[in-house]
Design a protein around this ligand. Structure first.
Ligand SMILES: [Zn+2]
Length: 178
């Protein structure tokens, strides 16, 4: 059986779910913002909605490489007042940021334990997934479709690349030797 595990460890999974409250469904291929459903499912107080949606959009830009991840997380640390303390020999965090602060603590913790860089988005369908590979080399969401929500962006990309190579292959007599 092929593993299609994409869940992030610990509290980082809540961040991944938040990122995927904006998605491009397989069937329609039209961007769909399901933030309200996500917020309802996670009992997010209405007063926190705007801030959490803003956090989602900025974290998504960071994970997608459209914004500097360090700058985005640092700005949100300041915005939510996240500060560390030591309790029972362990690092804990306080904040003044409500739900966004809770989510940011999960991000800060993930930065600290090295899991943050493994949260990625597929360059094709933009689905957020956690890279469980040994050397963090995974690029596409799933290399093969694995269930009702399975995508096959990696396979599709390979076919595209193959076709592009075929299309651009020089004809007989037109290529340089060697
Ligand atoms: Zn994909």
């Amino acid at each position: 059986m092929v593993s299609v595990a994409q869940e992030a460890p610990g509290a980082l999974e809540a961040v991944r779910e938040l990122l995927n409250s904006w998605l491009i469904p397989n069937d329609t291929r039209q961007p769909d913002d399901r933030f309200d459903a996500w917020a309802a499912a996670h009992a997010v107080p209405p007063a926190d909605h705007a801030g959490v949606r803003w956090l989602r959009d900025e974290l998504r830009s960071a994970v997608e490489g459209k914004a500097d991840p360090d700058a985005v997380v640092t700005a949100w640390i300041e915005r939510t007042g996240v500060r560390p303390r030591v309790s029972g020999g362990s690092l804990r965090f306080r904040h003044d940021g409500g739900t966004a602060g809770d989510l940011l603590v999960a991000v800060v913790t993930a930065v600290g334990d090295g899991t943050w860089r493994r949260l990625k988005t597929c360059p094709d369908c933009r689905w957020a997934f956690y890279d469980h590979t040994r050397n963090a080399s995974k690029r596409w969401c799933l290399m093969s479709a694995g269930g009702p929500d399975g995508r096959s962006c990696g396979s599709i990309a390979k076919v595209r690349a193959y076709r592009a190579r075929q299309a651009s292959a020089p004809g007989i007599g037109s290529s340089d030797a060697g």
